[in-house]
Write a protein that binds this ligand. Structure first.
Ligand SMILES: [Zn+2]
Length: 257
């Protein structure tokens, strides 16, 4: 509870600082006539007003991390085309695909609808949740554990889904949490960053990036390679708990712009 309150206070503070910064940069006291027209901002606001709530079954968008990375659009060319972690003959991509493969039937059994998302995210992707599934690489072979994170300045739904998934992972005693391992790259993941990239999910889509474990750690690697359905089960139970208790999130509360 305390951490939740802190989070809310932090989000309020962050919002205030951003607003103050915007005023400073844009000159809050400037007369409207003095500022140049900003044709790019109006359509974005209109789009936000027109957002249509999802209907029908819960929609889960699943991205096996690095899948079809070679099809990334030009806007992503400045970034290195990350093909994912590799250790010996074990590829992160294969782990991600196997876990998603095992997860799809579990979600379909809930009568939810599943969208498989390649590295090139369809612009403005809408879903009740968008999960990007990954496995990590570490220079230290002793480093192990899962971690997950919503994007920066997450929507309430993103935070709640991340919490539900964390609870589900924490219930597994055979797993370890790489608690301090969440990186800036995870939270600023390009597939969630609609303010920077066209090929990113809608800010109305709650999103979480999941790192299952380290391909460079013997215990994690063995588990991930031989038991993808174990990880699929954990993710399934987290989503199940969230959607059965919270239901579909209100699109009136997207991630702050
Ligand atoms: Zn990855």
């Amino acid at each position: 509870m305390i951490t939740k309150h802190r989070k809310h206070i932090f989000m309020l503070l962050a919002g205030f600082i951003i607003a103050a910064g915007w005023l400073m940069v844009n000159g809050g006291c400037q007369s409207p006539a003095a500022s140049a027209p900003e044709p790019d901002t109006a359509p974005a606001e209109d789009a936000a007003l027109e957002v249509i709530p999802l209907e029908g079954p819960i929609v889960v968008a699943l991205q096996p991390g690095h899948w079809k990375i070679d099809e990334l659009p030009p806007e992503a060319r400045r970034r290195s085309r990350s093909t994912g972690a590799v250790h010996g003959n074990v590829r992160e991509l294969d782990i991600n695909l196997a876990v998603v493969d095992a997860l799809v039937p579990l979600l379909k059994a809930e009568h939810w609808s599943v969208i498989l998302v390649p590295a090139t995210v369809p612009p403005g992707l809408r879903a009740d949740v968008f999960l990007s599934i990954h496995a990590d690489w570490g220079a230290d072979p002793a480093r192990r554990g899962w971690k997950l994170a919503p994007p920066w300045r997450p929507s309430i739904a993103s935070s709640e889904i991340a919490e539900a998934l964390m609870e589900s992972f924490r219930a597994e005693e055979s797993l370890t949490e790489d608690a301090d391992g969440v990186t800036v790259g995870m939270r600023g993941y390009f597939g969630f960053s609609s303010h920077r990239y066209r090929h990113a999910s809608s800010p109305y889509t709650p999103a979480v990036l999941v790192e299952l474990g380290f391909v460079t750690n013997t215990i994690d690697r063995e588990l991930m390679v031989t038991q993808p359905e174990f990880y699929a089960g954990i993710i399934h139970r987290g989503l199940e708990k969230h959607f059965y208790t919270r239901g579909r999130s209100n699109v009136a509360f997207p991630a702050p712009p």
